[in-house]
Each structure stands twice: as C-alpha cells, then as structure tokens.
Write a protein that binds this ligand. Structure first.
Ligand code: SF4
Ligand code: SF4
Length: 344
C-alpha cells in the first residue's frame, strides 16, 4: 500500500484509511480481527469518534501493540471546554494510548457550532491545552457544510478537514478542496461509498484516485471488503468510458434524493432531526437493526412532529422532496423495528 503525508502535518499514512462506524455493532473479537487484518495488509490510518459507541475501544484493543506504527484520528461533538476535555480523556482511555494523532471537532456544519467551539471557554481551548500537554498532535475539523468548512479553514486553526466526498457528493472539488490544498490542510474523505448507497467500489475508488491528495476512510466490516478495497489501491485502473457513463446514470438517479447533510434545512421548528432521518436508509445498509436503532431511533421518532410546513424544502439547496423522504425513511425504520426480535 502506498503512503502519503497528510497535508502540512508530519503524519505519513496509507493512501486509504479505515472508517470506524461499521464496526460498532460487531462483537468485539470480530471487530478487532478485522482491524488487525487491515493493518497487516498496509492500512495505517484509523478514524473513529467518541460518538461511535464501542468503536474507539475496539480500535484501541486491536492496535495497542502497534501504536507507534499507526495514525489514529478521533472526534468530539462537545462544543465547550469542559465537555471536550472530558471527551479527550475518555478517548485516550478507550483507545488505550497516551496520544491521539488527529483530534477533530465532529460535524461542525453551521456557524453557531463553529462560533461555540472558538469562543472563550469553547472546545478549541481544551483541545489546545491537551495538545500542549502532549495528548494530541494535530487539530482537525469534520463538517458537512461547504460554507462552514470554508469559514473554519480560513481561521487557519485546523490542520485537517474531514468532509463527505464521492462521485455523487463532489461539490468540494470546486472551491473547498482547492482551498485546503493551497493552505496545506490534510483532506480526509468520509463516505467514499456514499454512506453505503453506492455499491460499485471500483467506480467509487476510481473517482477518488483522481484526487491523490484526498485520503478516503471507507467503513470496513468484513475481510472481503478490505480485500476488495486494498486490491483497488494496489492495482488502480483508470475509469473507462462506460464507467463514466454509469457514474453519470447513478448521479442522475440518486442525486435527486441524496441528502448531503449540509444542514441548511435546519433547524426545524417542530424538532424534526431532518438530516439524521434522511441518512437512515444508508445507515440501515451498513449497521445491524440494533445498531441503527440505537444510533438513529430518537431521530426517527422525531418525524411524528412534522406538520409538513414545507419550510425545510424551501431551504434545501438540492431541492430534495424532504417531506416524502422523511415518510419513506420512517416506513423503512418501522419495517426494521417490526422484524427485530423483541428481546433485543
Ligand atoms: S435535506 Fe437538503 S438541506 Fe437538509 S441536510 Fe439534506 S441536503 Fe442539506
Ligand atoms: S416540513 Fe416537517 S420537517 Fe420540514 S420544517 Fe416543516 S415540520 Fe420540519
């Protein structure tokens, strides 16, 4: 596996990393075995988050003995200093390490969240303190909003950016990623497979390989998935004309219903957690019924509060039929809940 230096950091990482979401529902021994399998085959970059339940603990257990040979990134959803400080200590403990290579502010997708983090007593202060104490090496940010991410990068306070990027969600190519490159900010691509909605890995990684400065972190939950991805990186193939045609078809079909999680539709006055509801279908493909219920169950219940006022649809830059999509995702959630054994 080839390696690269991530932006202006001194972190040398494999050209494809490991995303820590899909290992959440797996039994610990199974998850640990998959992580080790990936490491043994050249993957040296592992991304997780405090929010991903057992993911940090599994990654920590798998990589404890090779800690100095891997780069670990994790995240906090906390926006104030005391909350972030507590999350850092929890992550260090769960990851079984003395340091975190990249500590990211999780899902900073609106102006308020960015302002809270950077305010006096905000989370950024705690992360700087932890960096000065040697607990953190580099500070990063993850976002689903181009405008908020641009604003964040312009502060010059973040060394890495994590953003969704795949051939459906390719907007960052226009302004965000060129800006990050010019400023030597390391780029990590979340959702390289469209959050599980894009089934052809060859197309997804063929697209990403056209952006060699971007490091994708696909979620991997089985050895055969790791094999397929590693093979695509060991023997990259240029996209053919028919591949490009197929990608265009998929863009057309999915593009009209694909939530980019930019949060421009938020907040909903009725409390509907719109982006979380709209990713339910892709999450259900990647997680077990128990895992997806634990993660998104509360968001799905919020759909009952929708009064179909239409305000969210007016704000959505992708013109998504949000009210219909809420109903579709809710129906799928109910179907999965009904199939789930009652004792689980
Ligand atoms: S529904 Fe539209 S505005 Fe809301 S998060 Fe999804 S893409 Fe963005
Ligand atoms: S249509 Fe429903 S989800 Fe959208 S803003 Fe109105 S109440 Fe909220």
């Amino acid at each position: 596996m080839n390696t690269l230096k991530l932006g202006g950091t001194d972190l040398e990482i494999s050209e494809v990393g490991f995303g820590g979401i899909p290992i959440m529902p797996l039994p610990k021994t199974e998850a640990v075995a998959i992580i080790k399998y990936c490491f043994e085959r050249g993957i040296t970059f592992f991304d997780t988050a405090n929010m991903y339940l057992t993911s940090e603990e599994k990654i920590g257990s798998a990589l404890e003995t090779v800690r100095d040979k891997v780069v670990i990134a994790t995240k906090t959803t906390q926006r104030d200093a005391s909350g972030a400080a507590a999350h850092i200590d929890t992550s260090l403990k769960q990851l079984k390490t003395d340091w975190i290579d990249i500590y990211q502010f999780h899902n900073v997708s609106n102006k308020d969240a960015l302002e809270q983090i950077l305010a006096p007593q905000g989370a950024y202060e705690a992360v700087c303190k932890a960096r000065d104490a040697g607990k953190i090496r580099f500070i990063g940010i993850s976002s689903h909003s181009i405008s908020t991410a641009m604003e964040a990068l312009k502060t010059d306070l973040f060394q890495t950016l994590q953003f969704p990027f795949n051939f459906i969600e390719n907007d960052p190519e226009n302004e965000l990623f060129p800006f990050a490159c010019q400023h030597n900010i390391g780029i990590i691509a979340m959702k390289p497979l469209g959050g599980g909605l894009l089934e052809r890995a060859d197309l997804c990684f063929g697209f990403l390989q056209q952006h060699p400065h971007v490091v994708p972190i696909p979620g991997i939950r089985a050895n055969n998935e790791a094999d397929e991805i590693i093979q695509l990186y060991r023997h990259p193939q240029p996209l053919s004309k028919s591949d490009l045609k197929e990608m265009k078809n998929i863009q057309t079909v999915l593009g009209e219903r694909f939530c980019h999680r930019c949060e421009y539709c938020m907040p909903c006055e009725q409390g509907v957690q719109i982006p979380s509801v709209l990713i339910f279908q892709s999450a259900a493909k990647r997680l077990s019924p128990e895992g997806v219920s634990a993660w998104l169950g509360k968001a799905m219940e919020s759909v009952a509060q929708c009064i179909e006022c239409g305000q969210c649809e007016e704000k959505c830059p992708y013109n998504l039929p949000i009210a219909d999509l809420l109903k579709e995702n809710l129906a799928l959630f109910k179907e999965i809940e009904e199939r789930r054994p009652p004792w689980k």
